[in-house]
Design a protein around this ligand. Structure first.
Ligand code: OOG
Ligand code: MG
Length: 256
């Protein structure tokens, strides 16, 4: 199974809003390298339509997410300009397949970061920390996938909603202890702290930089990085209202 045909099938699935079976059903030895190649093609397709890369996302960096998805390794994907959803506007369910939302801590990088990156170097290079809600929309039926499938699908990336406040990391509490309360129609459905993500959300950003260092890649000034869902995701259906409230970073509301 080659990267081009995987990418093409994912591009069609997204365009037609029709989920497909995961590739590893038929090709169980699909490897991560081929999958990342397909991911680059999927992202390139967005760039060819006039979008630009605005940053990166980490996926499956918390135990809650790994257990919810049954995949026990992290991965990365790319955020593009067309994914930014204005906060306060309803999610366009008609453009999506079966969206789910999850609370995340986002980093705005103020200074180029190179490997070896650490929690300390990431914090030092961070201009601001934001609350975020990521809207996922797997191109696979029922969000059923193995690691190579979800890599190729750009880590299920679909939309992002940023929170109302940009704060310097040192103005906030220790990010490991930064609390988040997730509500659906007012009911608390999950709670978490920043430490849910790899022990410290900046560790996820460092993982990305170190993972990509053999490719001579660096995280540029101005990049936005989503460090990964803190809790299991919540499905968005007609009439859903989900709010993610973060200590010191405000509340992000998403509704449809
Ligand atoms: C894969 C994307 C994972 C996260 O934050 O864990 C992700 C998925 O759950 O569909 O974005
Ligand atoms: Mg996510």
């Amino acid at each position: 199974m080659d990267a081009r045909s995987i990418a093409d099938a994912l591009i069609v699935a997204e365009r037609e809003r029709k989920a497909i079976a995961p590739f590893t059903d038929a090709a169980p030895d699909l490897d991560a390298d081929t999958a990342y190649q397909a991911q680059r093609m999927v992202v390139q397709h967005r760039l060819d339509r006039g979008e630009r890369v605005i940053g990166a996302k980490l996926g499956l960096t918390s135990r809650a997410k790994q257990e919810a998805m049954g995949v026990h390794e992290p991965l990365y994907g790319w955020l593009t300009s067309g994914m930014v959803h204005p906060s306060g506007e309803p999610l366009p369910l008609g453009e999506l397949i079966h969206p789910r939302v999850e609370p995340e801590i986002a980093f705005l990088i103020g200074r180029e970061l190179t490997a070896p990156a650490t929690i300390t170097s990431v914090l030092e290079a961070t201009e601001a920390v934001f609350a975020a809600v990521e809207v996922l929309d797997s191109r696979y039926e029922e969000f059923r996938f193995r690691l190579p499938d979800v890599i190729a699908d750009n880590a299920s990336a679909s939309r992002i909603v940023l929170g109302p406040r940009a704060r310097a990391a040192d103005e906030l509490c220790d990010l490991r202890l930064l609390g988040c309360v997730l509500r659906a129609r007012g009911d608390v459905v999950a709670t978490a702290a920043g430490g849910a993500v790899m022990g410290h959300p900046a560790a996820a950003v460092a993982w990305l930089v170190n993972k990509l260092s053999p490719e001579d890649w660096r995280l540029e000034r101005g990049a936005l990085v989503l460090s990964g869902g803190l809790t299991a995701p919540v499905p968005m259906r007609p009439g859903s209202v989900v709010s993610a409230e973060f200590d010191g970073l405000g509340t992000v509301d998403v509704y449809s």
